[in-house]
Ligand binder design. Structure first.
Ligand code: 9GP
Length: 805
């Protein structure tokens, strides 16, 4: 990398500041100071970016295109500094200039362009692709408004718009000249050409300009710069006069105005479908244009391009590529289909039925008529071919069109060469149950790719004290090779390392306690156990199970303040989809419980509840290093993987978990003594559900502990709640507790008691924490990406790079 010394940096920074703002740098606001730093850095990395782009074209390297409706990058500044290897230079330079580095970092907006795990995974993958020399391009949408800003008013979630683009974004580059037109609606018919071929003709279409904005994705100290391309919808210039009414203009703008605020429950909304086609068409057109510049025959397309579909949302990429190959490039159906199948791969991220996308055929027909025709053809050919081979029942069950709906997962599976789940258990469930019919037809198409997280963001940057301790103890190799964190294991009996590890945790807990005191006006004791559950609010994730546990402890302490229970701070971070009423009721319940518990002198501050508002990547970076206990308590079989479990583990939190998603793999890595497992296993849940024998009311009536907890929801014990208490009570007792909280409660409670006992022994707790950190390197997204690269995308980096890993 180019050298940058402190003095040169300071000079460049000062000069740039004056040029831009016409004042001296120390007179500027932190936002201005950040903006200038952004520009200085841009000046530093653009050479690499240009070089990299050129090299990829010259060498005709195979490119991966990762299509995702969500990216959740978090603040970029520190990542750029770290990966460009100028972190210390810039920090020292700014400090020398009398500026506050941390404040400047915080001045950057945290773009909420995703809902949760899915979008964050996409961003971890972008960082890992660049860092492992995989030439990957992200393709997404530049939503003008990110996920709503959450506020609590009287304990209720209120959603406010998140205008993340209010200030200029120093990292993005508008590439107007690379814009493409995306066509919606109108009429389409096939007209015979002179040569007898049929070509589609369009009339009255609604054309939208897709303008790309590129953001560099810089590899870790390796000179690689990849690209994240986000498209924005605009009115085509030469059509300005056509879109005269404000409704028409609004129709265009609305396409990329807001992120659809739900990560698991997609209703048939026209706007969402428009977004999906907009991304698919813009992205595919861009790829086709790139490939055509290579001047190679179409048969070589899959050699140069791999397109990955992140969840079903960008599945329309498939018929869009078919459309271009058939209609614009004159390939036959068979040629186009072969190319397409070799190019596409698809990741499934959920088995929740309500999250499986389906679109009414009539909607697709009226919005994108030519795409509808292509999907009909894919459907007809699938039924015809598979009926011959497997009989009509299987053919129809796996067809993309059923009951006048297009099933996006079916379309993605039959049209891709690879389908993967995101944790071993999840893939097993897909193969055995959810997608078993497909497994019969395509036995070799399925594979597992357990998720991963980037340790650069989640350890190196979020937890500097831990990183320094690791450097001192095991050397710096882990920064390049997170697996090497395993070396820490040999310090399990080293009193000094254990002491230092405790100090690291305490430092991070104090940092979070300060934030909580300043921002929320709640005083928490850094010596208490920090018990953390941070994820979207969803019934299957069972935040309510933790609430039951807190109520239980509260009632015990109220009766007997001397009860032998560990002092705990319960931390929650969670947004609920605006239309998800039940989840919002749980938010209100947690806030009401917090009001009660945090202010009840009878329990001697033995419990505090901290529900942070507007949970985000930046807040996660503050909370995760401070966590002692990681709550991963979803109903077994429901959480595809989870990734906060990996981040918390890497920061030394112990996990209390059901055997769900990647918890299974965490458990296998650390062993039974260093994780607290409880609850039914996935197959037990299945058996119980199938037996129809579950009777939640019966448990409630016979079990005094559970009865007491649940009664507190309806007898005025928690004064802040109104109808919420009754509704939640009914969901458990009257509506038979869909997520088996009552069934799992005792096992959960026992595990929590075991946690208390273990926490009392500081040394052994720290040893367990050390084992968790040491084993976490295996969950580096770098390794996950290398597995995608070699098994799915066929773009394994050069052997030297591979050897490093
Ligand atoms: O719910 C899954 C979560 O378990 C997983 O960690 C994440 C990344 O693979 O994807 C989530 N799925 C979705 O958000 C929607 O499919």
């Amino acid at each position: 990398m180019k050298p940058m010394d402190v003095e040169t940096f300071k000079e460049v920074y000062k000069k740039r500041f004056e040029d831009v703002y016409a004042i001296q740098y120390h007179m500027g606001s932190t936002l201005e100071q950040f903006q200038v730093l952004g520009q200085v850095l841009r000046g530093y990395y653009t050479d690499y970016w240009i070089e990299n782009n050129q090299e990829k074209i010259d060498n005709q390297d195979k490119q991966v295109y990762y299509f995702s409706m969500e990216f959740l990058p978090g603040r970029q500044l520190k990542t750029y500094l770290l990966n460009l290897d100028v972190y210390d230079t810039v920090k020292t330079g700014l400090t020398d200039l009398g500026l506050d580095f941390d404040k400047i970092v915080e001045a950057e907006v945290d773009p909420a362009l995703g809902n949760g795990g899915l979008g964050r995974l996409a961003s971890c993958f972008m960082d890992s692709m660049a860092s492992t020399h995989v030439y990957g391009n992200g393709c997404g949408i530049r939503y003008q408004y990110g996920l709503f800003k959450q506020k609590f008013i009287d304990g209720y979630q209120i959603e406010l718009p998140e205008n993340w683009l209010r200030n200029p974004n120093p990292w993005e580059v508008r590439k107007e000249s690379k814009s493409v037109i995306v066509r919606f609606g109108g009429n389409v018919w096939l007209e015979e050409q002179k040569d007898g071929k049929l070509k589609p003709k369009y009339e009255h279409t609604f054309d939208v300009l897709a303008v790309p904005y590129d953001t560099p994705q810089i590899g870790y100290r390796n000179g690689v710069v990849n690209n994240l391309r986000l498209f924005s919808a605009e009115i085509p210039y030469d059509e300005e006069s056509k879109y005269i009414t404000s409704e028409q203009r609004q129709e265009v703008n609305s396409i990329t105005e807001v992120l659809y605020p739900d990560d698991s429950n997609y209703e048939g909304r026209l706007l969402r479908l428009k977004q999906e086609y907009f991304l698919s068409s813009a992205g595919i057109q861009t790829i086709v244009r790139y490939f055509k510049n290579l001047k190679l025959p179409w048969t070589r397309f899959p050699e140069k391009v791999a397109i990955h579909i992140n969840d079903t949302h960008p599945t329309l990429c498939i018929p869009e590529l078919m459309r271009i190959l058939l209609d614009e490039e004159d390939l036959t159906w068979e040629q186009a289909w072969n190319i397409s199948k070799k190019t596409f791969s698809y990741t499934n991220h959920t088995i929740l039925q309500e999250a499986m996308e389906r679109w009414p055929v009539y909607m697709i027909e009226s919005l994108i008529p030519r795409i509808a025709q292509i999907i009909y053809e894919i459907n007809a050919r699938h039924i015809r071919n598979k009926t011959e081979l497997y009989g009509s029942e299987l053919a129809y069950k796996t067809a993309p069109i059923q009951d006048d709906q297009v099933l996006m997962a079916n379309l993605a599976i039959i049209s891709s060469h690879s389908v993967n789940g995101v944790a071993k258990l999840h893939t097993e469930i897909l193969e055995r149950y959810t997608l078993s019919d497909f497994k019969t037809i395509y036995p070799f198409r399925f594979n597992n790719k357990t998720n991963g997280v980037t340790h650069r963001r989640w350890v190196q940057l979020a937890n500097e004290p831990l990183s320094q301790l690791l450097d001192k103890t095991i050397g710096e190799e882990w920064r390049f090779q997170p697996k090497e964190m395993r070396l820490l294991r040999s310090y399990i009996d080293d009193e000094s390392v254990l002491d230092q590890l405790q100090q690291v945790k305490l430092t991070n807990k104090k940092r979070f306690a300060k934030f909580v005191s300043e921002q929320m006006n709640i005083e928490i004791d850094p010596h208490a156990m920090f018990d953390v559950q941070i994820k979207r609010l969803h019934a299957y994730k069972r935040q309510l199970l933790q609430v039951m546990h807190i109520i239980d402890r509260y009632l015990q302490l109220r009766d007997n303040p001397e009860a032998k229970l560990a002092k705990r701070v319960f931390v929650f971070g969670a947004k609920a989809a605006p239309s998800y009423y039940y989840a919002k009721q749980i938010i209100k319940l947690i806030n009401a419980l917090a009001d009660l518990v945090n202010n009840d002198p009878r329990i001697n501050d033995m419990i505090k509840i901290v529900f942070v508002e507007n949970y985000s990547v930046s807040l996660a970076e503050l909370i995760i290093p401070a966590a002692d206990l990681s709550e991963q308590i979803s109903l077994a079989g429901k959480e595809a993987s989870g990734t906060s479990n990996m981040k918390l583990m890497a920061n030394g939190a112990l996990t209390i978990a059901t055997l769900d998603g990647a918890n299974v793999e965490i458990s296998n890595l650390v062993g039974p003594d260093d994780i607290f497992l409880f609850g039914m296993k996935a197959d037990e849940v299945q058996v119980l559900r199938d037996s129809h024998a579950y009777n939640a009311r019966d448990i409630y009536e016979r079990d005094p502990q559970i009865q007491r907890i649940l009664n507190s929801l309806i007898d005025g014990t928690i004064p802040g709640i109104k109808s919420e208490g009754i509704d939640i009570f009914n969901s458990l007792v009257t509506d038979n507790d869909e997520y088996f909280l009552l069934k799992d409660y005792h096992s959960f409670y026992q595990a929590q008691m075991k946690v208390d006992i273990n926490y009392a022994n500081k040394k052994s707790w720290t040893q367990k924490s050390l084992i968790n950190i040491a084993q976490s390197g295996k969950f580096s997204a770098d390794y996950t990406i290398l597995r995608y690269a070699s098994d799915i995308w066929n773009v394994a980096p050069e052997t030297e790079v591979l050897q490093q890993f």
